[in-house]
Ligand binder design. Structure first.
Ligand code: TXA
Ligand code: MG
Length: 368
């Protein structure tokens, strides 16, 4: 198949509003029919918007990778609506996994299982494991049920860009590349699902997300966090897909289009350092954006920077749900650099910090 998917033909993208709580069945049926026919559909989930296709059809799966511009080396999450659907996707379900499913599904938890031979290797990037999640968004659940097949879906953004938490974000990235976007309003959680490897010797969080490590620990006391790939030698790591070892753990997975500098330390020290940096850059004629919390806003009022608040720092749920929209806002605010404060790592804070670190390419400015 020479040259396949090198150039994508522009297709018409339709955005259809759908009730996020009581999805209109006519719209669901239409989208489900497209999934069955091997097409892709963008749909809301409680974490971020997904770019879905029938997980069992190779042609459909290829369309996901083509629309996103994603390399085949990055595996997809399979979304189900009934726990029973798990039986066809894996060869074994541990007691612990069943218990986790019982408690956290439907919801923002993805578990890694041994792959059943029925799951195409295109879904798993050739791995012998498969990632499965049962989302809790009524539109996602209705779509999977109506399609009558598990739906493979990565986040509905262009490869290496910020995940979309609204239909408009997805449209900005995938306009002309997907036929249908279901608009169910903003995603409630705002960061992607927690990816938990249940095939590792010790249950391991590969990506912190919507279910906190504290919540998992109540069921899995020995659950551990995979070592971040971006802690050391950030400067020497390249963005080349060939350089990463663990799928989806790339340093700049969530990169905004402009550089982001992440500040860390006590709130006062962060603020002071960010203000000094904003002033210096402003004097050099640079346009600066600052990504802060509500309580930081007054300190930046005179700085000349474009200020965007993610909400009260003590409310990680709010910060998580506004994070990706905030990054996109500053990306489009005609600034040349984003200065961002860090947040506490408890609860959803771990996922927030992970996404900020990735957006910053792993570099952190420690403020004393
Ligand atoms: O919240 C979410 O998880 C969203 C919504 C749409 O469900 N989906 C999402 O998909 O974030 P994606 O493709 O952007 O991220 C999937 C992550 C990647 O980091 C990928 O490497 C990892 O899951 N993953 C998938 N299959 C895996 C496997 N078999 N082993 C290890 N990691 C896997
Ligand atoms: Mg993604």
């Amino acid at each position: 198949m020479p040259g396949v998917m090198k150039f994508m033909q522009e297709i018409h993208t339709e955005i259809v509003h759908i009730d996020p709580f009581h999805p209109e069945m006519a719209i669901i049926e239409r989208a489900a029919e497209m999934i069955r026919a091997g097409d892709v559909v963008v749909f809301p989930t409680e974490t971020v918007y997904g770019l879905g296709a029938d997980a069992m059809q190779l042609r459909a799966l290829e369309r996901i990778f083509a629309a996103k511009g994603r390399p085949f080396s990055d595996p997809l999450i399979v979304h189900i609506a009934e726990e029973q659907s798990l039986e066809r996707l894996t060869t074994s379900i541990s007691e612990q996994a069943r218990q986790l499913a019982e408690i956290f599904w439907p919801g923002p938890l993805t578990m890694i299982f041994p792959r059943s031979p029925l799951v195409p290797l295109l879904v798993t990037a050739g791995l012998e494991t498969v990632a499965v999640r049962m989302p809790r968004h009524p539109v996602a659940l209705a779509l999977i049920r109506a399609a009558g097949t598990p739906i493979a879906a990565p986040s509905a953004n262009r490869f290496m860009h910020i995940s979309p938490t609204t239909a408009q974000h997805a449209c900005a990235d995938l306009h002309g590349r997907v036929p249908l976007i279901l608009d169910g309003g903003p995603s409630e959680v705002g960061v992607e699902s927690t990816v938990l490897d249940m095939c590792a010797p010790v249950p391991t969080i590969l990506r912190p997300g919507g279910v906190s490590i504290e919540a998992l620990r109540r069921i899995l006391p020995d659950v551990q966090l995979a070592a971040p790939k971006h802690a050391a030698h950030a400067e020497s790591v390249t963005d080349d897909a060939a350089h990463y070892t663990s799928p989806g753990q790339m340093l700049t997975h969530y990169a905004p289009a402009i550089p982001l500098l992440l500040f860390d330390g006590s709130v006062m020290a962060m603020r002071t350092a960010m203000l000094a940096e904003a002033k210096l850059r402003g004097e050099q004629g640079e346009r600066v954006g600052v990504l802060v919390a509500d309580e930081d806003v007054p300190a930046f009022q005179e700085s000349g920077a474009v200020i965007h608040s993610l909400g009260n720092a003590a409310d990680p749920q709010r910060v998580a749900s506004s994070l990706f929209a905030g990054l996109r806002f500053l990306e489009n605010a005609d600034v040349q650099v984003i200065l961002c404060r860090n947040f506490d790592t408890s609860g959803l804070g771990l996922a927030i910090r992970d996404r900020l670190l990735k957006a910053a390419g792993g570099r952190v400015y420690e403020c004393a």
